[in-house]
Design a protein around this ligand. Structure first.
Ligand code: K1U
Ligand code: ZN
Length: 173
């Protein structure tokens, strides 16, 4: 099991647009495994590769309710192909912005397409937490954070707080 360190705000890597994944090699399979280990350890319901510093369009997710019924998902080059007009507010968190939660409105239902680890192209529908999580993670692939969907006042406050924390940590060595 390999837990990789998480990239934390204000690290500028979180603003990169990640590159498409090419052939599914052993390196990609190992990256997906490490991402699942890191996500479960955090714990989180999703993780984008850039959150462990790898700018590739790869996401892991598990939105199952109980720990006994794990349903790990690996999404390669995911895309949203349809989104409902109806929105839904969900209190989101982010492993790259620890202990900060805020309501975000997003489309309630989506259709999304991705390649799985066996190379199959899969299209499926999602609603509720899964729809929210897919949108949150695809945002990460495009350098967008959930705080970009809240007011500028709140966003500036949280960025300032994390900048100060990073400065303090750097000074402490
Ligand atoms: O991408 C990330 O930073 C992971 C993030 C995903 C997410 C959370 C909530 C709404 C949308 C997307 C998290 O997993 S934060 C942690 C979290 O929400 C959670 C942790 C343990 C159990 C249940 C939820
Ligand atoms: Zn996040």
């Amino acid at each position: 099991m390999t837990i990789r360190p998480l990239v934390i705000l204000p690290d500028s890597r979180l603003r990169l647009v990640s590159e498409p994944v090419g052939p599914i090699t052993d390196e990609i399979r190992q990256l997906a495994k490490d991402m699942l280990d890191t996500m479960y350890d955090a714990p989180g319901v999703g993780l984008a590769a850039i959150q462990i510093g790898v700018p590739k369009r790869l996401i892991t997710m598990d939105v199952s309710k109980s720990e006994d019924e794990r349903n790990p998902m690996v999404l390669i080059n995911p895309e949203i192909t349809w989104a409902s007009e109806e929105l839904r507010a969900y209190e989101e968190g982010c492993l790259s912005i620890p202990e900060y939660y805020e309501e975000v409105e997003r489309p309630d239902r989506i259709r999304f397409r991705y390649t799985d680890l066996d190379g199959n192209v899969v299209e499926r529908d999602a609603e509720g937490l899964m729809a929210t999580c897919v949108q949150h993670e695809i945002d990460h692939l495009n350098g967008v954070l959930f705080i970009d969907h809240i007011s500028k006042l709140k966003r500036d406050r949280v960025i300032t707080k994390f900048r100060k924390a990073a400065r303090r940590e750097a000074q402490a060595g």
